[in-house]
Design a protein around this ligand. Structure first.
Ligand code: F6R
Length: 366
């Protein structure tokens, strides 16, 4: 069943190029430079009438929502809020018929997400979900569903469900931009040309597995870890830290790199490994200067950088090189690097990678 892999999690990490292809199949045309969602029940007029998007999810799915906010604001210029499902319901909500509520959930059964959906529906919102399980409670209660075709995810730690959620939301954001006439055909075509490169870009990161394993050997006994990123890679910092915590039980914090000097910088000394997501991007210089701040305080820097990056070579301690891809999609190679690192740490520590203590695959209590 594990097809030669040691664990389901490892198999699922390696399935990501295929899972992404399966998820976006039928949703785009390279000839027409366009995106489509043929099964969409939220009719196009409704898409035009919507003025706000509220995304609700838990855990790793919430991180996918945080990335989606960048996409939707950029491509469709619509205001987006992203909420943790267990926080959402207990506020005075501002929601009406012009709100599109988006639930992101692998299982489709997460209790807090389902309850949040029901509240939003009562208040008149249109309901959409991004879900991996056909026939699940959340998919049944949604007006429209985008199914991620990740296939069954058995490892408790979410990997391929996350990347398929993110690509679905990228395509959805382009769809909204296209329907609202904000994203031009040319732009759409340029982005799609990058989307179809993703499987190969991810394969390239998977081919660095030995390097990442050697880093895990070196750092598996660390008691704490800091993950830093900016912009779309800030949610990846949160996700990298979550994955390390849940399967290797190493304490880790994800932080927006620019926030470091407002507190966590006090933690840095020569024993603290800092995982920095610093691919080529609009915020590259800013993240690079955060790396210098860490090094000035003797922290150990493991940086994920774009191939051929010369700027950080002399500053950081270790580098994981990823292929060049547009900033918006750089989250795919950066997150895969963090997944492999967490996986190897947990495996080397002799832990139950697929069934970490205290965790369940689907959280059906509030
Ligand atoms: C982390 C993880 C959890 C889930 C969360 C939401 O690796 O798997 O944080 O992402 O419990 O689950 P779904 O997406 O099924 O609603």
């Amino acid at each position: 069943e594990k097809a030669g892999y040691n664990h389901f999690m490892q198999k699922e990490i390696y399935e990501q190029p295929r899972a992404i292809i399966d998820t976006i199949r039928g949703n785009y045309s390279l000839e027409n430079s366009s995106v489509s969602f043929p099964d969409f029940n939220i009719i196009k007029d409704a898409v035009k009438d919507l003025n706000r998007i509220v995304i609700v999810a838990c855990g790793t799915s919430w991180h996918a929502g945080l990335i989606a906010k960048f996409y939707i604001e950029k491509f469709a210029k619509m205001p987006v809020e992203v909420d943790i499902a267990s926080e959402f319901r207990y506020r005075s909500l501002v929601i009406d018929e012009k709100t599109l509520f988006v639930a992101i959930t692998q299982s489709g059964e997460t209790a807090d997400t389902l309850s949040a959906l029901r509240v939003a529906k009562k208040m008149g919102a249109k309901i959409m979900s991004v879900c991996n399980v056909v026939g699940s409670s959340i998919s049944r209660e949604s007006d429209s569903v985008i199914y991620t075709h990740a296939g069954p995810e058995i490892g408790v730690a979410s990997t391929k469900a996350f990347t398929t959620q993110v690509i679905s939301l990228f395509m959805f954001a382009m769809f909204l931009g296209q329907e609202r006439k904000i994203l031009s055909r040319d732009e759409c075509g340029r982005y799609l040309a990058e989307v179809v490169r993703l499987p190969e870009v991810i394969e390239n990161v998977l081919s660095k597995d030995d390097l990442i394993l050697s880093l895990a050997k070196q750092f598996k006994d660390a008691s704490d870890f800091l993950y830093l990123g900016r912009n779309v890679n800030f949610p990846v910092a949160l996700e990298g830290a979550l994955k390390l915590k849940e399967i290797s039980y190493i304490h880790a914090e994800g932080y927006a790199a620019g926030e470091m000097k407002h507190g966590p910088i006090a933690l840095i000394d020569k024993t603290l490994p800092v995982f920095v997501l610093c691919p080529k991007s609009s915020v590259y210089e800013k993240v690079a200067s955060n790396v210098e701040e860490v090094k000035t305080r003797d922290g150990i820097v493991i940086a994920v950088v774009t191939e051929g990056d010369e700027g950080l070579k002399d500053i950081c301690d270790y580098m994981i090189e990823i292929p060049d891809i547009i900033e918006e999609l750089s989250v795919f190679p950066t997150v895969v690097a963090t997944q492999l690192f967490s996986y190897h740490c947990a495996h080397l520590l002799g832990l139950d990678v697929d069934q970490p203590r205290n965790l369940a695959k689907s959280v059906t209590v509030e």
